[in-house]
Design a protein around this ligand. Sequence first.
Ligand SMILES: Nc1nc2c(ncn2[C@@H]2O[C@H](COP(=O)(O)OP(=O)(O)OP(=O)(O)O)[C@@H](O)[C@H]2O)c(=O)[nH]1
Ligand SMILES: [Zn+2]
Length: 197
Amino acid sequence: MVTVRARVSFKVGQHSHIPAELLSFNGFKSNKEHVAIVFKNADKTSNPIVRLHSECLTGDVFRSSRCDCGEQLNETIMKMQQQGGIILYLRQEGRGIGLYNKIDAYQLQSQGMNTYEANNHLGFANDLRDFTEAAQALAALNIKSIRLVTNNPLKIKELTKHGIKINEIISTRVYIKEDNRNYLTAKSLYGNHKLII
Ligand SMILES: Nc1nc2c(ncn2[C@@H]2O[C@H](COP(=O)(O)OP(=O)(O)OP(=O)(O)O)[C@@H](O)[C@H]2O)c(=O)[nH]1
Ligand SMILES: [Zn+2]
């Protein structure tokens, strides 16, 4: 059973000014160190806004030109500063293949493959993520029904399968840059993401 391990307050955002809480957990089978960031005590409300954000070191930390993860994370923090909410920051880098494999995939993408072809060429499925532990983290917070921020039907399907009721889908913006257009187009065309590009 997954349970909350520790809960500490901190401030986040560009100027370290947005109050939030950082939660760790016990009991994930994968041993991955997923965390929750809770804004405005949203876990104590009945139908909180939730964002499942899969780790992207390159985008989240370095604002890489190759994706829009960092911008989406920032958008979520801004939204939750106003409305409250919970970010589950899931340690599933590179859609689950890990950082070094993602960099290998980037190398192949630089040679013309799309993001899924590159994964496949390396012997991986399109998406190796498992959202079971995200559902377990929500259960540990006693959350059964949510408003989910996503454009990704897989997250909706997976959370529903694991007993989380999704009352509303809130789309997240798409941030097009010169270098990420092919990536975003592939997600839309082949990955079923509901993107308006
Ligand atoms: N394998 C691989 N992973 C990538 C690539 N670009 C970004 N990623 C990973 O894709 C994941 C993006 O996950 P999320 O931000 O949760 O979002 P999403 O699945 O696109 O769905 P949304 O909820 O609609 O944003 C992160 O783990 C990134 O590291 C790539 O070219 N190849
Ligand atoms: Zn990214």
